[in-house]
Design a protein around this ligand. Structure first.
Ligand code: TUI
Length: 315
């Protein structure tokens, strides 16, 4: 299975399933579990200072002998330093988010690190592939956290048609039906964040996981459309305050200040009313917490029945 899959071949992984980076909760615990289960685990660097990131990488190296990666959030104030850490530590895969990583691609490629940026548009996908990206993650706005403007269904096939490298589809994936749909759109792999938040190994506060468990299809909202930083989160007291301030003419600075420290307040403090609960729209479908290995095995084992069901519909 997956012997001819372009992403499995490129990265030397068993299954074409990436874990989304995820600031604060994409820790070595989660990343190593995903890599050990045959997927690609990612340490989410988020706003991590370089010394902390180095410790997470060393932990991950100790816990898995499989390929893993680091997701670098390009809005981080430490972006240059964390890039240097992944170069020093020879991390096999780097994914990036929330910006254009173009200037960093040559240094990473020079040491053989595979560079796989998250893109939310065809234009950026094309530009980064010209600049040497080994693959791209096309992330639709169904995703949690910082998002673009296009949803997965139209974004993925347009990116697939525009570039000649493998595409990983992200945004709205959590089960076997999703991965088959991604393959149908021309993607070679999927990336999931929300599904892995509801894993035993994810260190998110129980309040965070419980709110995600309770989420329905319409539980998330997007803040920051007017500030230029759209972020998908579960609607709560914080988002109500945000929208109220926004409609009362608050400045971008005032609105951004509201978001400061809000993610950590929810993921670690467990304050899911005043914190930022970043999660994707697929949370409405999820109602269990299970080990990473079961999440991945269940998706892989469910592919054949989904395909058989499709065949029955048109045969
Ligand atoms: O990066 C993400 N998702 C994230 S990052 C994050 S950390 C954070 N913490 C506190 C407040 C806000 C964020 C939480 N979630 N996903 C990858 C992603 N990248 N989605 C969309 C993009 C993107 C958008 C525009 C990438 C590039 C881009 O354009 C850049 C350009 O220059 O054209």
């Amino acid at each position: 299975m997956f012997e001819d899959n372009a992403i499995c071949k490129l990265l030397g992984i068993k299954y074409p399933i990436f874990q989304g980076g995820m600031a604060w909760i994409g820790t070595a615990e989660l990343a190593s579990a995903v890599s050990n289960a045959g997927g690609l685990g990612l340490i989410g660097a988020g706003h991590m200072p370089p010394d902390i990131l180095r410790k997470e990488i060393l932990k991950c190296k100790g816990w898995t002998d499989k390929p893993f990666g680091v997701n670098i959030m390009l809005m981080s104030p430490f972006v240059k330093e964390v890039m240097q850490v992944v170069v020093d530590e020879r991390v096999p895969v780097v994914t990036t988010g929330a910006g254009n990583p173009g200037e960093y691609v040559p240094a990473l490629k020079e040491i053989g690190t595979k560079v796989i940026p998250v893109v939310a548009s065809v234009a950026l996908a094309k530009r980064l592939v010209k600049g040497g990206a080994d693959a791209v993650i096309a992330e639709g706005c169904e995703s949690g956290g910082h998002i673009g403007e296009i949803s997965t269904m139209p974004l993925v096939p347009q990116v697939v048609d525009a570039v000649d490298v493998p595409v990983i589809a992200a945004g709205g994936f959590a089960d076997s039906r999703g991965i088959v749909a991604a393959f149908a759109l021309g993607a070679s792999a999927i990336q999931m964040g929300t599904r892995f938040v509801l894993s035993t190994e994810c260190i998110a506060h129980p309040n965070y996981k419980n709110l995600v468990l309770k989420a329905k299809d319409r539980s998330t909202v997007v803040t920051g459309r007017t500030t230029g930083h759209p972020v998908r989160v579960i609607a709560n007291k914080l988002t109500r305050t945000f929208f109220e301030m926004e409609s009362n003419g608050a400045t971008v600075e005032e609105l951004e200040k509201l978001g400061e420290g809000a993610l950590h307040r929810a993921t670690h403090g467990g304050d899911v009313e005043n914190g930022s609960v970043m999660i994707g729209q697929i949370s409405g479908m999820l109602d269990d917490i299970k080990p990473v290995k079961d999440i991945i095995d269940d998706i892989v084992n469910g592919i054949a029945p989904v395909v058989a069901n499709i065949s029955r519909k048109y045969a």
